[in-house]
Ligand binder design. Sequence first.
Ligand code: HAM
Length: 433
Amino acid sequence: MFQTPRGTFDILPDEQKYWQKIKKTFEKVVSSFGFEKIEIPIFEYKLIYEKGVGTDTEIVEKQMYLVKRVGEVNDNPEEQLVLRPEGTAGITRAYIQHGMHTWPQPVKLYYIGPMFRYERPQKGRFREHHQFGVEIFGNTSPYTDAFLIGVVNTFYKELSLSNLTFEVNSLGCPNCRNKMKKALVEYYKPYQNIVCASCQNRILKNPLRLLDCKEEKCQPIIAEAPALIDFLCAECKEHFKTTLEYLEDLEIPYDFNPRLVRGLDYYTKTIFEVIPPDKSSALSGGGRYDNLIELFGGQPTSAIGFAGGIERTISEIRKQGIRIPSLPKPEIFLIHLGDLAVRKSLSLLFELHKVGFKVAIALDKEGLKSQLKAADKAKTPYALILGQKEAREDTIIVRNMLDGSQETVDIKKLSDYLHKRIGGTVKIKKSSS
Ligand code: HAM
């Protein structure tokens, strides 16, 4: 039997209410703050992630899926395609490609969609996951950092999620970061044969990620490591300080985490993650990436953004016991009996639908019993029964499925009748037999 590939899953009808709630809430919140939607391809050139996310990051080194045409032999690295592991690099590519620097600045974009990373599947970690995110291009001020975090906070509040913590830190500008890296390499020298194999590699390739190691034996070393904030230049320090002051004004519960580094190389200055109360994996993360557009060949333009995982948000909604109402279901079940009724019921179905009713129908069942059973299963509050007699007399039986009571209604008056019982503006055309 065929199965979903490891680390991926189907989203079945019963789950859809969570997905729709999150997507709709996100779109409502961000569009009300002036963000506009962008959709970019699911696959892009591998180079944009190598350049943007960084060749020494786990995502680029180990987690990207190559996309190849069946039988393709061209191995030109410039032409290699991968499934997108994240959204920021692709949207930055789009900003440059479409000359968005000529649009009124800042350009505020949002996106929702699947991302792909090769992971060892476990709780909250999948090979296909879904992100919602925003990117703001063309604004350097800490005001924007606080605005973005404020938007993220509003989104989680709108979902009724509580007790979330915003962990924040600053990675400074490239100058600050070079100093941070040097200090970390120096600090780790005496420990290079003691730390885990990954950290031995990080000392050489990506020293900032040393602070992100989860191995137990590396924890005491991390605890004593130099704090990144001590290496910030005056300008970066001021930027971070002002951002935090704005967050205090907004009463956003942040925790300064001097060890926060994030797993993507493009970040500068403010970075943050939203952590759930049980401190399991981050619900979302983001930060500034003031040099990425220039790195991609565009004019120097600062940027900041964030992305959250839909799967982890659903899991948190469940953990916090937040009730998500079911999606609207059909309110009427249309039952037909006999040839004339079959013909009439089909046009009635579309007329009812046209005026705004949600109508279900048993497509392949014929007898009254089996259609009533289907109506019962569909849990519609009303069933309309169109038999031979009713079809001939231009009437219809309206059955209340809760108490079993039923009434014969003149088809011309069905509109008003249903309107009174179900609501909505309903006008049914006169039957044309
Ligand atoms: P990220 O932290 O790599 O950041 O991913 C964002 C969010 O996606 C995570 O906080 C998590 O909720 C979810 N996520 C990531 N990987 C997985 C996975 N394997 N399974 C389930 N959920 C996952 C970024 O991707 C950046 N592009 C965010 C950003 C936007 N920074 C600036 N702008």
